[in-house]
Design a protein. Structure first.
Length: 212
């Protein structure tokens, strides 16, 4: 469209004249999701896409969660674990590692020496294998999940699992500090050599938790 066409179009609009067919807005009937409306299928899709991004994915029930968190930390050899101050206390009921509650005084240098961090999340997106953190309950500061090398993240299904980005956005507060995670931190150089752990955790372990 030329500047002349644009000006004439604005004049026609001001006069109330209908725009010619070529200037009519195109209908955009986009699908909000391509996934089935089935919680079990969505959880399977999330599992596959998280694994495809090299996250380590585990499943358990609410009852099994404390033992599974303890098992993951023990297998990792974790001696110190950082946690948000409002993390549900029963999640760490079986953990023997030293707990460091992030009360805002843990510096980046101190967190860099921590073995692991355990948090919850705001929600998870099945179609993209993405976990979203927004510093809400059980998540802590962004610093808490960007510095330690090992992140254990709990996703509660089905309430925290959505099919797609268009369905996720209305559930998020744009004023909150969001971190969107699709697998462990990774980058590559000009020769396409993949390096993990540069901009965040080298190892991401996700626990998909369902009701008992």
């Amino acid at each position: 469209m030329t500047s002349r066409d644009l000006i004439l179009g604005r004049i026609r609009a001001a006069l109330g004249e209908p725009a010619p067919p070529e200037e009519q807005p195109l209908p955009r009937h986009y699908l909000t999701t391509h996934a089935p409306d089935d919680p079990a299928a969505l959880l399977d899709l999330l599992h596959r896409n998280l694994a495809d991004y090299r996250a380590r994915v585990h499943r358990c029930t609410d009852v099994e969660l404390p033992a599974r968190i303890a098992e993951l930390l023990t297998t990792r050899g974790t001696r110190t674990v950082a946690v948000p101050p409002d993390l549900p206390p029963d999640w760490l009921g079986a953990v023997t590692a030293e707990r460091l509650a992030d009360d805002g005084t843990l510096t980046a240098a101190r967190l860099d020496a921590v073995d692991s961090v355990v948090t919850g999340c705001a929600l998870a997106i099945a179609e993209t294998g993405t976990i979203v953190l927004d510093a809400g309950p059980g998540q802590g500061r962004r610093l808490l999940t960007l510095v330690p090398d090992h992140h254990v993240c709990v996703v509660r299904a089905p309430e925290q699992v959505v099919a797609s980005v268009p369905l996720a956005l209305p559930r998020l507060d744009p004023a909150r500090p969001q971190t969107w995670i699709s697998g462990p931190s990774a980058t590559s150089d000009i020769e396409l050599d993949r390096v993990e752990g540069v901009h965040g955790p080298r190892t991401l372990e996700v626990l998909l938790v369902t009701p008992a």
